[in-house]
Design a binder for this molecule. Sequence first.
Ligand code: PLP
Length: 365
Amino acid sequence: MKVPQFQPSLGEREYAAIKDCFDQNWITEGPKAKEFMGKLLTLTGAKYGVFAPNGTLALYLGLKAIDIGPGDEVIVPDFTFYATASSVAMTGATPIFADVNKENFQIDVSKCKELITPRTKAIMPVDIYGMSANMDEVVSFAKEHGLKIVEDAAQALGVKYKGVHAGTRGEIGCFSFFADKTITTGEGGMIVTNDSKLYDKLLYLRNQGRIDRGSFIHPQIGYNFRMTDIQLAIGIVQLERLPEIVSKKKAIYDRYIGHLRNIDALRFIKVEEGTDPYIPFRVAIIDRSGRAQKLMEHMKKNEIETRTFFYPMHLQPAFKHMNWDDSKFEGSNYGYNNGICLPSFVDLKEEQVDYVCDVIKKFYS
Ligand SMILES: *Cc1c(COP(=O)(O)O)cnc(C)c1O
C-alpha cells in the first residue's frame, strides 16, 4: 500500500464553484471574494480582513501595516515554516529567533526577555501544527515590552484558544490557504485585524495605494496583493466543508492515538492547554529513543511518505550568517531531530492509517 504525505480534498462542489465564475463571467476579486470574506469574518470573529496571494505575502503585508522596516527587530520562533522569518527579512527588518518548548514546540515566552533590544518592535507567535501558541503569555509579554503582535495562524484556521479564534488577539493575524492547510484555495492568504486604521492601511497596501479600483490616482505606495474569484470560489466550498474536514482530521488523529499510544518510544505532541478546537494540521509524533531517522527510512521502504519537523531557523543557510548560539535552541533542535509528521490528510482512509501503524509497530517490536 502506498501512503502519500499529503493530498488535497477537492470534489465536484469545488469544481462547480469554479464553473460558476465562468458562467458569471467574473474571475478577478469580486462577488466570491465578498462572500468568502464575510464567512471568514463570522468564523474568526475578527472585525476586518483582506486577502493576499498566499500566506507568506499575508505576513509581509501585515508587517508592513504595522510599519516594520529596516533597523527593526522582530521576535520569531526558531521552530516554524521559513516564511515567518523570510517575511520579516523581506521588509528589511531582522528576525530574532526565540527557542520553543519541547512539549509542543510553541514559542517559549520565558526565553524572549533576553532578546529585547531598543530595536525590538514586534513578536510573531506561530500556531504550530493546528494548536494555538500560549497567547495569554504572548499578549502579556508584548504589553510589557510595548511590542506589536503579528500572529502566524497559517496552520490554525478554525482553531480557538480559550474561546477566541486564532489570529485575533494581537494587532494582526495571518492565515494561509495553501493546498496542505486546513482549507485551501490552491494558493491564498488572509490578514485579519480589529483595528480600523490598520485595515485602512492594508487596503491601500494591497490595492495599488488606493481604495477604489477604477481610479488612476494613487495617494499612497501600494502593490497588487489580490487573489482571483476562481480561487475564492473554491474557498467558499472548502469553508462550508470545514466541520466535515475537522471531524475527519480528528478521527484520523484519534485512530493513530488508539494504535500507537502503547509504544513507549513514541509520544504525540502535547496539545496546548486552552486550545479548543485543536485541528491537527499534521499528526506530529516524537520518537524518544533517538531513532526517528531510522523509523522514517523504514517507513519509506514500506512506501509511506513522512516528513521531519521544521528545520530550525537559526540553522537555515539563509540565516546562518547571523552567528546564532546553537546551545540556545534546545527545543527546536530537539524537535527537528526527533519529530515525525505522519500522513494525516482529510481523505486518508482508515486502512491506510492502520497500515501506517502496523509498519511503525513492526519497527519497534
Ligand atoms: C504555510 C505556512 C506559511 C506560508 O503560507 P503560504 O501560503 O505557503 O505562503 C507561513 N507560516 C506557516 C507556519 C505556514 O505553515
